[in-house]
Design a protein around this ligand. Structure first.
Ligand SMILES: C[S@@+](CC[C@H](N)C(=O)[O-])C[C@H]1O[C@@H](n2cnc3c(N)ncnc32)[C@H](O)[C@@H]1O
Length: 365
């Protein structure tokens, strides 16, 4: 066994191998890039663990009362002082903390997202040890056999998978959803209006409508097990009295036609794949009043399927977790909107997102 390993290892450096010889010549004659693109990615695994450890030890909540030295923080949290110093410096380098005169303080991001009890606390998602992580551990085998590990959007699996996921990802989209409401000027609508949130999850795409304008009423549609989460979020945000619920699989629910001013499809198309997404867009079109707007939130790839990085990773994620899930490009989504009858298709310009806005809207004329 050890003998085999030795032979293999030696072969990689064997000057008889043609490629080895050619590359040695190149290396001697030109300046070659160091492997930073590879080491950088390997180091990001360590950075990931730094964040997880900081969340596990609740470092950020300890700093919420007031900035502290590493020694004081270690004493407060019952940790080793020297090791805590290393951890805090790494957190500074990753911009989760600032440090001045050996006093460590929260940044805006850690203050909002990593302090326990914050309305946007994201620590549960950082620590989630769920089906998604296990599926990614099987990536190599799945690329060989081409079969997804899970079918999380089958009814029986969905009701186990989605309640926690939907709650945990609320912080990812809340401020973006607020920005969407602003761009669509929904806060200044002076007549009562109706929002349908299909596959609502935490209702992250509709709660901001209800918060911005008391004339909004929302129908939130999802599986009954997930609607428990939806109701909790609506209550926490003080808008429960503006919410009604449609319980079940969207494919089985008869949705009121020509009834809504806005229909939100937040991160549901990628679960369903192209065929069902086209059907879902047709349902949204039928549900809207003339003049109404559909809002689609997705991880949108470029047309060449070469980036940005996250949508391309997410395509693999959908391959691992669903039967037909996928990501769409802006051009593909635009033609899907148009096939459903929508006009004035637009990728919204939103603060913080530069060219990578995750939201497209279109109108029923
Ligand atoms: C990725 S989550 C997105 C939730 C929320 N819209 C958001 O953007 O955070 C997908 C949601 O779709 C719901 N869902 C998936 N398939 C569904 C179906 N066939 N009928 C109703 N809801 C469904 C899940 O329960 C889950 O809440």
């Amino acid at each position: 066994m050890l003998g085999n390993l030795k032979r293999e290892t030696t072969r990689e450096y064997d000057p008889q191998v043609k490629q080895f010889g050619e590359q040695m010549t190149t290396l001697k004659t030109q300046t070659t890039t160091p492997p930073a693109r590879i080491t950088g990615l390997l180091q990001s695994g360590w950075a990931n663990q730094v964040l997880r450890t900081a969340v596990e030890l609740d470092i950020f909540s300890h700093l919420n009362d007031k900035p502290l030295t590493s020694k004081d923080l270690a004493a407060k949290a019952g940790l080793d002082a020297k090791a805590t110093g290393y951890l805090l410096n790494a957190l500074v380098s990753l911009e989760y903390l600032t440090q001045q005169n050996n006093i460590y303080a929260l940044t805006e991001v850690s203050q909002f997202y990593l302090v326990k009890g914050s309305p946007l606390y994201f620590g549960n998602h950082v620590l989630a040890d769920d089906i998604v992580n296990s599926a990614w551990h099987n990536l190599t085998d799945k690329i060989k056999d081409g079969r997804s590990c899970e079918k999380v959007n089958n009814d029986s699996e969905a009701v186990k998978f989605f309640p926690d996921l939907a709650a945990n990802i609320f912080p990812i989209n809340y401020t973006t959803a607020q920005a969407v409401v602003k761009v669509l000027k929904a806060e200044s609508l002076s007549e009562p209006f109706r929002v349908l949130d299909i596959a609502a999850g935490s209702a992250v795409w509709s709660i901001p409508f209800a918060e911005a304008n008391k004339r909004a009423t929302v129908d939130a549609l999802d599986f009954p097990e997930v609607l428990v989460v939806t109701k909790r979020f609506a209550e926490q945000h003080g808008v429960a009295n503006q919410f009604n619920y449609l319980s079940g699989n969207w494919r089985d629910i008869k949705i009121e036609q020509q009834a809504y001013d806005f229909v939100a499809l937040g991160h549901i198309l990628h679960c369903e794949g192209k065929e069902l997404s086209q059907r879902l867009l047709a349902e949204a079109y039928a549900a809207l009043k003339p003049g109404g707007t559909v809002i689609v939130a997705e991880f949108i790839s470029n047309d060449q399927l070469s980036g940005p990085v996250f949508p391309m990773l997410f395509a693999l994620n959908m391959f691992l977790l669903t039967e037909n899930g996928c990501v769409f490009s802006q051009t593909e989504l635009k033609s899907m909107f148009e096939e459903a009858g929508f006009k004035e298709v637009e990728r919204l310009t939103l603060p913080f997102w530069n060219q990578e806005s995750p939201v497209m809207v279109a109108k029923k004329i």
